[in-house]
Write a protein that binds this ligand. Structure first.
Ligand code: TYD
Length: 206
């Protein structure tokens, strides 16, 4: 039986990495057969594409190029890592996926939902996540918690207004039943508990 596919989304500083770490520990304890991966990246070629996308020197990169590079990295990642793991019956947990493209390139950059759907047609056709956890915290609160942005990263250095648009983009995605917003303004352990409860309630884990 094909495994389940879940993704984590959120604005910069939403605490995604910490929550993914907690979840990995929990899944290990429970003996769940899973893999954890990330985007952009997750495979050797996709990690190389990641270095191009996030290179702080490439300020001339146009929005369409950016969106296509994310999509290219994604197809390679799906074919090389995600699809084989799902076909082997594993639970696949991915740090960011196509919803990041909807929020960042489609909404915040203004390329639109249709453009993102078109360039991600392969991923969306057979590899739409079964469930997406959106760590819901506004960029203002997230930046305050994180003590500022890392300006060497081309995406992080975009400024608060851009990240506010990303947040609005994410909010629009709550129209999809698989997309679950989890209020993560509480403590790390409170959020971890909410995520575990959600995954159990939605039959992703026992
Ligand atoms: P990363 O350092 O992994 O960010 P984070 O720790 O917040 O997940 O960098 C990934 C950056 O790429 C992040 O700014 C979000 C952005 N991104 C997109 O704009 N579109 C996409 O499709 C993906 C997967 C990521």
């Amino acid at each position: 039986m094909r495994g389940k596919f879940i993704t984590f989304e959120g604005c910069e500083g939403s605490g995604k990495s910490t929550q993914l770490k907690y979840l990995a520990e929990y899944l290990k304890e429970r003996g769940v057969d899973f893999i954890m991966s990330r985007e952009p990246g997750g495979s050797e070629i996709s990690e190389d594409i990641r270095r191009i996308i996030l290179n702080g020197r490439y300020t001339a990169m146009c929005d369409e190029c950016e969106a296509l590079l994310y999509a290219a990295a994604r197809i390679q990642h799906v074919k090389e890592i995600i699809a084989p793991a799902l076909n082997a019956g594993k639970l696949v947990v991915c740090d960011r996926y196509v919803d990041s493209s909807f929020a960042y390139q489609g909404y915040a950059r203004g390329l639109g939902e249709e453009f993102i759907k078109d360039v991600n047609a392969f991923a969306l056709k057979e590899y739409t996540p079964d469930l997406t956890v959106f760590l819901d915290i506004s960029p203002m609160e997230a930046f305050a918690r994180k003590h500022g942005a890392d300006n060497s990263d081309r995406m992080e250095s975009q400024g608060l207004e851009f990240h506010q648009r990303v947040y609005e983009g994410y909010k629009q995605l709550t129209k999809y039943p698989r997309f679950h917003a989890v209020d993560c303004r509480g403590t790390k352990t409170e959020t971890a508990k909410k995520i575990r409860e959600l995954l159990i309630a939605e039959n992703i884990i026992d």
